[in-house]
Design a protein around this ligand. Structure first.
Ligand SMILES: Nc1ncnc2c1ncn2[C@@H]1O[C@H](COP(=O)(O)OP(=O)(O)OP(=O)(O)O)[C@@H](O)[C@H]1O
Length: 362
């Protein structure tokens, strides 16, 4: 068998260079992804966006109708699944029930032609690294969810992959196990030399684990960037909700952005810090919105009269949803809410300082 794990001399630094086009029933996927050596790319997106399809296509489990997959500069587009230099942890690709944890991890190296003793030695090393030496002989059904997940990770790494694919690796875990597995995973991925593509629903996983985030919606990449950039400058309503910002699109002229109104009407104007021109996005956090019973005089540059659409608890704050010429969320303290005496249907003045508004090309 050809040693698929070896990197040809002079190969490009890009560990993953993929263009994936495929159809699954009505759904079409068309995305381009790149990742450098050691880079962790998180795919974030709503249900049915195509995240799992990306991983399955990279793994060779779903055929492409167009595009290519290069790993370490080598074309793997048509390489059979079992010969791709890829390690995977998929939700529905769990452990072999009839094998011990050790044999589960040793299985891949054995398939690659390694001797039984060497494969077991490598497996034992990986299990030790995952803090699972005491469970080497344990069958999967006797492991906890977190332990089974760690065995699955060890198994994925045992084949010395050049690309690691992780599909919601923590989705099935309870909150405290998740914290533990997330920390271990982070540590493990820091040592992994290849590229990792991690699918998640959870923005926290993406923020904590990833070097870069690609947001997938409707089979397309709608935003890509460093986690901090995505969190600060969302480009779609889905991303804005995920990172907890109010987001609007409009037309900028100088320091005013005239928002696109509902039904094509002109919406409200928003004053921003720096002058801009052309299509623009504006974003600000709900905690930057102050509420007033009367039109406030003085500091806030942006003031709108809006109607209370809903009120909900949000951590130690209260989130007030407001609608009118624009819809936004405001976070206020329970004391402030009590003082305002707001109820659904009441009108209130909402103010945001221009300095709190992030404005960027839309
Ligand atoms: N085996 C299949 N046959 C036909 N269509 C499929 C199949 N699997 C998935 N799809 C469709 O492909 C689209 C993308 O699904 P995919 O599982 O890739 O999305 P996802 O972003 O991973 O979603 P989720 O977060 O819910 O797992 C969906 O519209 C889904 O209905």
């Amino acid at each position: 068998m050809e040693p698929t794990g070896a990197r040809p001399p002079g190969a490009a630094a890009s560990a993953l260079d993929a263009e994936l086009r495929l159809s699954r029933g009505e759904f079409t996927l068309d995305v381009a992804l790149e990742a450098a050596q050691g880079e962790i790319l998180a795919l974030l997106g709503p249900n049915g966006a195509g995240k799992s399809s990306v991983l399955r296509a990279l793994a060779g489990l779903v055929p492409l109708t167009g595009g290519h997959i290069r790993v370490d500069g080598r074309d793997e587009t048509t390489t059979p699944v079992e010969r791709r230099p890829i390690g995977m942890v998929f939700q529905d690709y769990l452990l072999f029930e009839h094998m011990s944890a050790l044999d589960n991890v040793a299985f891949g190296p054995r398939c690659q032609g390694m001797s039984r003793a060497d494969a077991r030695e490598r497996a034992a090393g990986l299990l030790a690294h995952m803090g699972l030496s005491d469970h080497a002989r344990t069958r999967p059904r006797s492991l906890s969810g977190g332990q089974a997940q760690r065995v699955a990770l060890a198994r994925a790494l045992a084949v010395r992959p050049r690309l690691l694919l992780l599909d919601e690796p923590m989705a099935a875990l309870d909150a405290s196990t998740r914290i533990d597995v997330r920390a271990r995973l982070r540590h493990l991925l820091e040592e992994f030399e290849g590229a990792t593509v991690l699918v998640t629903h959870d923005p926290l996983d993406a923020m904590v684990l990833a070097d870069r985030i690609a947001v997938v919606e409707g089979g397309r990449v709608v935003q890509q960037g460093a986690p901090a950039e995505v969190a600060r400058r969302p480009r779609t309503p889905y991303v804005a909700r995920l990172v907890g910002l109010n987001l609007f699109r409009g037309q900028a002229e100088g320091t005013t952005v005239l928002l696109d109104g509902p039904g094509g009407d002109d919406g409200a104007g928003v004053e921003v810090r720096e002058p801009h021109s052309g299509r623009a996005l504006v974003a600000f956090p709900p905690r930057a919105v102050a509420l007033y019973p009367e039109h406030p005089h003085g500091s806030p540059r942006n003031v709108w009269r809006l109607t209370v659409d809903g009120i909900e608890r949000f951590g130690d704050q209260v989130r007030v949803h407001l609608a009118g010429r624009l819809s936004l969320a405001a976070d206020v303290s329970p004391a402030a809410l009590a003082e305002l005496g707001l109820e659904r249907g009441d009108t209130v003045w909402a103010g945001v300082k221009a300095a709190e508004v992030e404005c960027y090309p839309g």
